[in-house]
Design a binder for this molecule. Structure first.
Ligand SMILES: [Zn+2]
Length: 483
C-alpha cells in the first residue's frame, strides 16, 4: 500500500513540477516578448558634441523598430530650463505605423538666439515609436549628452602698427588670439588669409601676410577673425590706409597663324577637343583653360611652410625687359572685333630665347609640370602662403620638394602654353591669389611692410592679479572696434 500510495504522490508531484516548469518557460518567453515590445528607439550623435555655441553643427539619428518613429525631439536643458531645438512628428501610414525606421536631424545650433545661458547643460533626445507598447511607455529619453554652453568668442588683440594697402598689393599684420581658437586669419571681402603661429614670439601670436586682390571692391577693409570649436566668432577690423591703383590697358591682336597653329597645340597639350570654329577654340583656351589653370595654381599653393623661407627681397629676372605688367586689362581683337577681355596677372619678362630662369628668392619647389595656359611651369613656395610662378618654360631643371637658393637656375624660358613668343611669365601669389610683384622686388618695402611686422611689439602685459583679465579687455576693445 505504501509503495503504490507513494507512487501516486510522486506522480502527482511530478505533474505539478512539470506544470511549474512549463509556466516558468512561458513566463520567461512572455518577459522576453514584452521586453522586445518595449524596446525604445535608439539615438546616436553622428559627430561628438562637447561644446555648444553660436553655430554648433548637430546631427542626431534615431533608429526605430518595425512600427516606425512617431515623435522625435531634441532639447537642450540648462540651469534655467529647457529649450526645444528640433521637433518632428511622423503620422501613421499603414497598419504598422509611420514606416520611418530611421531619421537624422541636422541643425546648426545657436545657443545664444535660443536664449540658453553659458555653463553646463544636457542635450536630451526624446523619441516614441508606433508600437502598441509605446502607448503604455509613452515618450522615452533615448539619449542624454552632457555639454558645455560657450557663447564667448575667442579673444583677439591686434598688435598696434600702421597698415597700408594698395590695390593688388600685400601687407602684414600680427595679433594675439585666445587659446580656444581653432581658425584665425585676415578676411578681406571674400578672401581669407590664414594666420601662422610661431612667427612672432608670443605662443598665442599669429602672423599673416594678406593682400588687397586687384579685383576687390575698394570699400573692402581687412579684419582679423577668430573662431572656436563651438562656432563662436569674433571679428576685429584694424585701421589700414587703402590706396587705389589703376592698371594699364593693353590690346592684343589675334592673327590667323596663332589661331590655326598655336591654339590647336595648346588644346592638344591639355587634352581638349577643338570647338566648331577657331575663335571659339581660342576662347576655350583664353577663358575656360585660363580659369582651370588658376584653380590648379590655387590647389598647388594651398599648403605652404608655416615659416618664411625668403632671403631678402625678391630678385627680378636679370637682364630682362618688361613686356606686360601686373593686372593689365587686356582686350583681345580678331579682324578688328573685340572677342574677349582678361586681366594679366603677372609680369612678362623677355630677354633672349631659352634664357636661364632663376629662382626669384629662396624656397622649396612646390610644382614642376604643365599648368594649362601657363605651359611648362615651376612653382616655388616661400613660406607663409607666399609663392612664385615661372611660366611658359622650354625646360625645367628642378624637381618637386627641392630646396632652392635665390638666383639658382630652375629652367629656361620658352613659349609653352598661351604665349606668343619666348618670354618668362612671372607671378607672385599669396595663398593662391596673384599679387603685384613690384612690391616684393623692393627691399625697403619688404623691410617696412612685412619684416618689421614680424617683430611687432608685444601688447602691454597686464598684472596677473588685476581684473579684468586680458581676454575680457580685448573683447571690449573688439566690440568697440566692431561698432
Ligand atoms: Zn604673362
Amino acid at each position: 500500500m505504501r509503495e503504490p500510495s507513494f507512487g501516486r504522490r510522486a506522480a502527482g508531484l511530478g505533474r505539478r513540477l512539470l506544470l511549474l516548469a512549463i509556466l516558468a518557460v512561458l513566463a520567461a518567453a512572455g518577459a522576453i516578448t514584452l521586453r522586445g515590445g518595449f524596446t525604445a528607439p535608439v539615438a546616436r550623435l553622428e559627430a561628438p558634441v562637447a561644446v555648444v555655441g553660436r553655430a554648433t553643427a548637430l546631427a542626431v539619428t534615431v533608429d526605430s523598430g518595425r512600427s516606425g518613429l512617431r515623435t522625435f525631439r531634441v532639447e537642450l536643458q540648462g540651469a534655467k530650463g529647457s529649450t526645444v531645438l528640433a521637433e518632428e512628428e511622423f503620422p501613421r501610414d499603414g497598419m504598422l505605423g509611420s514606416g520611418v525606421s530611421s531619421r537624422t536631424i541636422e541643425k546648426v545650433l545657436d545657443a545664444r538666439s535660443a536664449g540658453i545661458e553659458e555653463g553646463p547643460a544636457t542635450l536630451v533626445v526624446h523619441a516614441r515609436d508606433w508600437s502598441p507598447a509605446a502607448s503604455l511607455r509613452g515618450e522615452t529619453v533615448v539619449l542624454e549628452q552632457p555639454v558645455r554652453v560657450d557663447l564667448t568668442p575667442p579673444a583677439i588683440d591686434v598688435l598696434p602698427a600702421q597698415h597700408y594697402l594698395t590695390r593688388g598689393g600685400s601687407e602684414a599684420v600680427a595679433w594675439i588670439v585666445g587659446e580656444d581658437t581653432v581658425r584665425t586669419g585676415v578676411e578681406i571681402g571674400s578672401y581669407f588669409f590664414p594666420g601662422d603661429a610661431g612667427v612672432i614670439a608670443d605662443p598665442n601670436g599669429r602672423f599673416a601676410i594678406f593682400a588687397m586682390p586687384q579685383d576687390l571692391d575698394m570699400s573692402a577693409r581687412p579684419k582679423v577673425i577668430a573662431e572656436d570649436a563651438a562656432g563662436n566668432r569674433r571679428e576685429v577690423p584694424f585701421p589700414v590706409s587703402v590706396k587705389d591703383k589703376t592698371f594699364p590697358a593693353e590690346e592684343i591682336r589675334i592673327d590667323d597663324q596663332f589661331l590655326t597653329v598655336k591654339v590647336p597645340e595648346i588644346l592638344a597639350a591639355n587634352g581638349l577637343a577643338p570647338a566648331a570654329d577657331p575663335v571659339q577654340s581660342y576662347l576655350l583656351v583664353n577663358r575656360d583653360l585660363r580659369r582651370k589653370s588658376e584653380e590648379r595654381i590655387a590647389e598647388i599653393t594651398r599648403d605652404s611652410e608655416p615659416r618664411t623661407l625668403i632671403d631678402g627681397a625678391f630678385r627680378q629676372q636679370p637682364g630682362s625687359q618688361v613686356g606686360s605688367r601686373f593686372a593689365e586689362r587686356r582686350t583681345y581683337r580678331y579682324n578688328g572685333n573685340v572677342i574677349d577681355t582678361q586681366v594679366h596677372l603677372g609680369y612678362d619678362l623677355a630677354s633672349v630665347k631659352q634664357a636661364p630662369v632663376n629662382a626669384s628668392n629662396a624656397g622649396k619647389v612646390a610644382f614642376v609640370g604643365n599648368i594649362g595656359i601657363y605651359g611648362t611651369a615651376v612653382v616655388i613656395d616661400h613660406g607663409l602662403g607666399l609663392s612664385s610662378l615661372y611660366a611658359h618654360l622650354s625646360s625645367a631643371s628642378v624637381t618637386e620638394g627641392q630646396e632652392v637658393t635665390k638666383g639658382q637656375e630652375i629652367g629656361r624660358t620658352g613659349d609653352t602654353g598661351l604665349a606668343g613668343g619666348d618670354h618668362l611669365h612671372f607671378s607672385i601669389l599669396l595663398r593662391g591669389h596673384h599679387v603685384d610683384p613690384v612690391e616684393w622686388w623692393d627691399p625697403k618695402w619688404l623691410q617696412n611692410r612685412i619684416v618689421a611686422q614680424m617683430s611687432a611689439p608685444a601688447p602691454t602685459p597686464q598684472p596677473a592679479a588685476a581684473p579684468p583679465p586680458a581676454p575680457a579687455a580685448s573683447a571690449d576693445r573688439a566690440a568697440a572696434q566692431a561698432g
